[in-house]
Design a protein around this ligand. Structure first.
Ligand code: CDM
Ligand code: ATP
Length: 276
């Protein structure tokens, strides 16, 4: 039996500019994405019949049927597999949990089958799946299908915080007042130091922050708590929320701040993370 284990990192939208809307309702994006060293885990075993299980500290409420993106991703391959998804990331949280799980499943099954081409239907799984397959700093445009790697950026140290409410992505896009906002500059930073990179990020935006705040006002408390942490240089929301992040210049500062925030907000999901 072949066993393949693949990490499914949290996706963090460092910036998220909404630049337009297509006729089918999907929004055009320009987003700089990095991946965290916290995430879910997908274990795939070749098996005579398909079997799917969800375990882990954040398994409650995650679908175990064929609506799970892991099951939908596995259905793109012709071989049956026993798949165990270990959930560590909160769901409907703006950090691409389901999309990253789907990407990890595709990577595992590609390794098992030896297929080097991506199966058809990957984009239909979700707008974030393409960038999650890349799992490195990347610029995402179009509705998420146009992804290019962004080498030459320093890693960042972050605290991720989620107040425990699920924020559905469609509701946030619906509440967005202005759909045509400026994109990021044509050329993104390259070969810069952490402090300059964070300063540059502070000059960019997440256009979904205002509509997410109107949908879930507690996000303002999360941003305020993160911005108040010692040595925090920037606080911003990821994706359509509710997870927000603060950025720090060192690993030590991020870990200390995560501990402090966990003491202040024991009910929130809080993790220090290295982003790259
Ligand atoms: C907001 C982001 O998280 C940024 O990375 C993603 O664009 C959302 O990615 P996702 O969760 O994989 O999104 P999907 O599952 O494809 O879409 C969920 C819903 O979000 C809205 N949606 C999503 C992506 C996009 N570019 N425009 C949209 O309007 C649509 O209403 C869609 O029905
Ligand atoms: N593997 C999965 N993990 C979590 N939720 C899943 C999964 N597969 C399907 N879902 C369903 O998808 C919904 C969205 O969950 P997900 O964690 O992907 O959030 P998201 O906020 O849409 O992520 P994104 O950052 O891509 O916008 C959940 O409410 C759940 O019902």
């Amino acid at each position: 039996m072949t066993i393949t284990k693949v990490f499914a990192p949290a996706k963090v939208n460092l910036t998220l500019h909404v630049t337009g809307q297509r006729k089918d309702g999907y929004h055009l994006l320009d987003s700089l994405v990095m991946f965290a060293d916290v995430g879910d885990r997908v274990t795939v075993m070749s098996a005579p019949k398909p079997l799917f299980e969800v375990t882990g500290p954040r398994a409650t409420g995650v679908p175990t049927d064929d609506t799970n993106l892991v099951v939908r991703a596995a259905a793109l391959f012709d071989i049956p597999a026993h798949i165990i998804l270990s959930k560590y990331l909160p769901a409907s949280a703006g950090i691409g949990g389901g999309s990253s799980d789907a990407a990890a499943t595709i990577l595992a099954l590609s390794e098992i089958t030896g297929d080097t081409c991506l199966p058809e239907g990957v984009t239909d799984l979700g707008a974030d799946v393409r960038v999650c397959l890349m799992r490195q700093a990347a610029r995402m445009r179009g509705i998420g299908e146009d992804v290019i790697p962004c080498p030459g950026l320093p890693p960042l140290f972050a605290v991720l915080a989620n107040p425990g409410i699920e924020v559905p992505t469609p509701a946030v896009f619906k509440a967005l007042a202005n759909k045509a906002n400026p994109p990021m500059p044509k050329r993104l930073p390259h070969g810069i130091k952490t402090r300059e990179f964070i300063d540059w990020l502070a000059s960019q935006r997440n256009d979904l922050e205002p509509p997410a705040l109107s949908t879930a006002p507690v996000i303002a408390d999360v941003l305020q708590a993160l911005a108040s942490l010692p040595e925090a240089r920037l606080a911003r929301m990821s994706g359509s929320g509710a997870t927000c992040f603060a950025l720090f210049e060192t690993d030590k500062a991020a870990k200390g701040a995560a501990q402090l925030l966990s003491d202040q907000q024991p009910a929130w999901w809080i993790e220090p993370a290295r982003l790259s």
